[in-house]
Every structure is written in C-alpha cells, then in structure tokens.
Design a protein around this ligand. Sequence first.
Ligand code: GLC
Length: 497
Amino acid sequence: MLGNDDWWRDAVVYQVYPRSFADADGDGTGDLAGVRDRLGYLSELGVDAIWLSPFYTSPMADGGYDVADYRDVDPMFGSLADFDALVADAHARDIRVIVDLVPNHSSDRHPWFQAGLRERYIFRDKPNDWESIFGGPAWTQVEDGSWYLHLFAPEQPDLNWDNPEVRAEFRGILRFWLDRGVDGFRIDVAHGMVKAEGLPDVGQKDGPQAEMLGDEQVPYFDQDGVHEIYREWRPILDSYPGGRMAVAEAWVSSPERLARYIGPQELHQAFNFEFMMADFHAKSFRAVIEKSLKEAELVGAPTTWVLSNHDKPRHVTRHGGLARARAATLLMLALPGSAYLYNGEELGLPEVLDLPDELRQDPAFLRRGQSRDGCRVPLPWTSADGLGWRDPWLPIPAEWAELSAEAQQDDPGSTLNLYRAALKLRKRHPALGGGTLRWLDSPKDVLAIERDPGLIVVLNTGEEPARVDLPGEVLLSSGPLMEDGVIPPDTTVWLQR
Ligand code: GLC
C-alpha cells in the first residue's frame, strides 16, 4: 500500500520520543526494540507514520539533540540492526518512518570537535553578544583562549555551514538514512545553520534575544543563505522513490518567511506552531486556522497541525483539562493538512509539574530555570506496579495507572479509544484531512465549520451549553452530549449531514 508520493499531505504522524516511549530491555530507557514491539499498538491507533526523535550516538546533554555520530544508533537505544528491523516491520504495517536530522550543531563529543577541527565549527578570538536559546551567553572559551559558538548548550557547538566539508557530510548523512529506507526527515532548527556574515552583535541584552526581537530577525536565524542548503537537499530526496519528504522545525517571524522554506525546490512542509500557541477559545482558533490556511495557499502545500511535542507543556495542562484537550484534538484532526501527535497525548497524559529538581535533565533547566522534562515522562503501558517500566529514567506518577494503555484499551469512553475512532473516521472520510473548509454561522464562543459537503465540526469553547441548528448524525464527539443540537462546554462534535 505504500507508494503514494503525496502521502505526507494529510498524514497523521506520531512523534516517538524514544527515551520515553517503550523499554524492551528493561534498563529504564525506552529503545528502538520497544518501538518495534508497539507497532501493533500504533497500527491499531491508526497513524500513517512515526517520527522518531534522535536515537543516534549521543552523550544526551540535550536528550539526543546533541549527536556524536550521525550514522549510528546509541547503544542505549539499540543498534542499526534494530533500526532496520523497525523500518521493515513498520513498512509491513503501512507505517512510514521519519527521522530527526540535527544539522545546526553536533555534540562536543563528535569526532570533529574532539579532533579540534575548528574550521568545521565557529571559533572566534572574542565572543559577540549572542545569547544561547537555553539562556546565558552563546559562547564558551576553550583552553587556548578562543571561543566557540553554541546557540544551544555548550555541549552543542554550532557547525560551520560555510565549510563545504560540512555540507558534503550532511548530504552523505541524508543518503545514509534514505538508503536504509526512511520516508522523511524532521529538520531540527531548520532556520539556524547559516549566520549573518561577520557575526554582527544583536545589540540587545537581557532575556532571550530571539523572543525579544519579535519581527526583526536576529543575525543567527532565518538568514537567506539557509535556503541554498535546502535547494541542495531537495534533489537528493527526489532521487529516491516513494515520496521521501522533509518537514522543517523553523521558528521565523511571519508566515511569509516560513513559506520560503517550502515548495518543490526546498522542503515539503514546516511545522505550524501557531495552532499550538493558540488559546482555547473559538476566536483564537479561528484566527489561527484562517491564517494557516492562507499560508498554505501561499506555498501550495497543506499545513501541519500540532498540539503537543517534546518541547512544550502537554496540551491537557496547557488548555486546562482533559475535556478541553480532547475537544482541541477533534478540532485538529478535522482540519485540512497533516496532524502531528506526540506520544502519550492519545492517553490524555497531563504535563508532570512536580518533578524533583534534582531529577530534571533538560539543559534549559540548568541555564534558565525552564524545564521540558514534564512532557517527557515515560508512557504508562500497564496498570501494574511500575506501569510497564523498571526504574524509568524519570519517575512516572502513580496515578497514571488509570491512564495506562491497558486501562484504556477496552473502555469505550477512554481518550485512547477517542483517538482510535477519530483516526478511523479520518481514513473513511478523506475530506477530513483534505478537501475544503467553510465557516458556518455560529453563536459566540462556538466554532462551526463544514468540511467538504456534509461533514460538520462544531466546537464549544464557552462556559454554557450552546444550541446550534446543525442537523446531522453524530459521527463522534469529544465528550458526552446532552439533547440533540446542544453542545456542552469544552466539547467538539463531528456531524454527518
Ligand atoms: C529543537 C528541538 C529541541 C532541542 C533544540 C536543539 O528545538 O526540538 O528539543 O533542544 O532543537 O537541538
């Protein structure tokens, strides 16, 4: 069944954070064999693809986004043979595999950095005023007095993309994974890599520069030169059969800037993070959806929708409870484009807010007191002691026994079964992920859209039940309904006219 080159346009992609997903060897850290063991679960869930966050050789200074060998699997996650077996089994189940590519920086344990190959990194005699995204200066001094640039942690030195050897190496890395059968790449910090000539000062201190500057570009992000790299990569992707794709993680100042990353010469997609940032309110959702659709038109490729990932607090907590999270999910899964799910959201997991500080591992916590560990807690598989884990790398809250995959498996009202039902309907009604979208008149605090003729999606974000005059058979609803035509607060309904 694989073979449709445009598969990514309306795909439901499930992000696996390998360390936290499933642990086959019982050492407390998830692994590739664990993912392989759960392909049945993923297939029953109904996803079209998985995206694996980094599993490469890494000292784990940033959860694997610090890569020491781009062509190997860290022993903690398994081996290349495990990877090959995972890809083969996933494909046998019609599940595609996307891997994470981290080109902006390597680990300081990468052989190039270890061997002192300075021209492949960014060394200077004096630092400029750039700040690390994780807080503090973006420069670290080495023994001989010179400084190297790291936009993230000091263990993540930025690569020098002016150096043709760096470019050649990454073309080789792309081919290496394409040859192993991957269907696509998620490009980490896709707006980084190229820095403004001469590394000019930003001229602004105090607080994360990239956030403070708003629409103005900082000299280390979204520089024109980065597009040259994608124009080199695209022919490589296109030279392989079966629709190999790339999706950019690019934080840029406007939809127009984002659009420049996408198209037949560059990348296929870019994450649309605005939907993830929107408040749980009909007005905010509508504004973001309208903007995103305009942007999609601009680039001639459908947009992506995301509610949670490994960098942001889980949407159950962000939106204020499970009912709202379920409602937001049913909205997302009925929008045109592809949807990216983050492992554990199908179980309705909340953010873990009370991890003891000494267990937190996110480098951002050490540098600026903000931690992304709360969304990276391992998934509860069973309700028995340990919840399917022996000594997990982060403790799993005991009350997650009720949220375990096992506990939800046969409960028709569970979040797991809501996701399964939604993905099944999405397959049955391709208009849900593709097709057109029309806004319908609706009361205040209610969002009503028609997807292709006949499929209606209604979300009530208000505090009172809303009466809507939209006849149709209920296909699915995110929560219990009252009488016909009345949508309770924090609920989304899919109707068939
Ligand atoms: C991306 C990743 C994040 C990582 C950073 C540095 O933003 O999503 O987890 O810390 O890049 O690689």
